[in-house]
Design a protein around this ligand. Structure first.
Ligand SMILES: Cc1cc2nc3c(=O)[nH]c(=O)nc-3n(C[C@H](O)[C@H](O)[C@H](O)COP(=O)(O)O)c2cc1C
Length: 339
């Protein structure tokens, strides 16, 4: 049997050496509060590249200072961020690992001093700030911030861009009827709620022709919220716009905890993949090589995103290969300790 987890995967001009993606995970490690890459990011991400991950998706990286989740977030809102990110992609690529960056704006979930922005003036919960409803000018400026960030990501030599449209952050807040109560062109119908993402994708594509992923929350776990069925239509629009992959997560829109069990989000990735005929990524409590292989062999998703298991073990790929009896090639320096 050929092991699909370790088969390469081609997307536009980029080849991933296997189907293992490091899921984007905020490190909140910019102690200087300047959004700059530092030693922590270099060590953390390069270790997973040595560990043979196929694609490393760098954590939610803010396209605007007011779009950070916390003051310690990584940033890409100025040209000064490019050098650190470029050095990081170069380090990762030396190990044959592709690089992606998740472009993000926290919207109403920003925990920052000063004004925060969202489609509607509704706080996430009683402990969070009430955001300011965005004006059309602020919408336009924020879409341009995503496009400028994409241009910088290109200059930093990233292979993939992922737009963070999940977990109740800004783009998701536009998509969801629970958080978007606007009465203009950006609210109301599903098509109107999609407008912000549509225009963001269009603006990014003006400057970016590499693989483009979008991460979504395919279930909001609340009555009146979006579900996987809604993402069949939304996914079709993304496909028409030449999005390359939908990375299917869930939750975070309203303060409700899902019942999370192994593979709990995989059925959403599977449903969207088959209905829309678009590549999907599966994520969420995928911790074993055997589980990842099942998802791929049964055509439930095209790539498998691994989060916390890769925090515990930078050599997760090696552990998964062992379970699947696949002879994963060692980094040359580690050959004597690999088998
Ligand atoms: C420390 C930490 C930080 C995270 N930061 C992000 C993020 O920046 N962007 C994102 O889309 N998801 C983020 N997530 C969610 C993960 O990418 C992943 O979807 C989630 O942990 C479920 O996968 P897992 O069970 O393999 O960990 C984060 C998760 C953790 C544990």
């Amino acid at each position: 049997m050929s092991i699909k987890l370790f088969e390469s995967y081609q997307m536009k001009n980029v080849t991933f050496k296997n189907r293992i993606v490091m899921s984007p995970m905020c490190m909140y490690s910019c102690e200087q509060e300047d959004g700059m890459v530092n030693d922590w990011h270099d060590t953390h991400y390069t270790s997973r590249a040595v560990g043979q991950v196929g694609l490393i998706m760098i954590e939610a990286t803010a396209v605007a200072p007011e779009g950070r989740i916390s003051p310690q977030d990584l940033g890409i809102w100025s040209d000064e961020h490019i050098t650190g990110l470029k050095n990081l992609t170069s380090r990762i690529k030396k190990h044959g690992t592709a690089t992606g960056i998740q472009l993000a704006h926290a919207g109403r979930k920003a925990v920052l001093e000063g004004e925060i922005l969202a489609p509607s003036a509704l706080p996430f919960d009683d402990n969070m700030k009430t955001p300011k409803e965005m004006t059309k000018a602020e919408i336009e400026k924020t879409i341009q911030a995503f496009a400028h960030a994409a241009e910088r990501a290109k200059k930093a030599n990233f292979d993939v861009i992922e737009l963070h449209a999940a977990h109740g952050y800004l783009i998701n807040e536009f998509l969801s009827p629970l958080t978007n109560k606007r009465t203009d062109d950006y609210g109301g119908t599903q098509e109107n709620r999609y407008r912000f993402l549509r225009e963001t994708i269009d603006a990014v594509q003006q400057v970016w022709d590499g693989p483009l992923f979008v991460r979504i929350s395919a279930n909001e776990y609340q009555n009146g919220g979006l579900q996987a069925e809604d993402y069949i239509q939304i996914g079709q629009w993304m496909k028409e716009q030449d999005v390359d992959l939908i990375d299917v997560s869930s939750g975070g829109v309203v303060p409700v905890s899902p019942n999370a069990y192994p593979g709990y989000q995989v059925p959403f990735a599977e449903k969207i993949r088959h209905a829309v005929k678009i590549p999907t990524g599966a994520v969420g409590l995928i911790t074993r090589g055997i589980q990842a292989e099942e998802i791929l062999q049964n055509n439930r998703a095209d790539l498998v995103f691994i989060g916390r298991a890769l925090l515990r073990n930078p050599y997760w790929a090696k552990e998964a290969a062992g379970e699947l009896k696949y002879a994963l090639q060692a980094p040359e320096q580690y050959r004597r300790g690999w088998s």
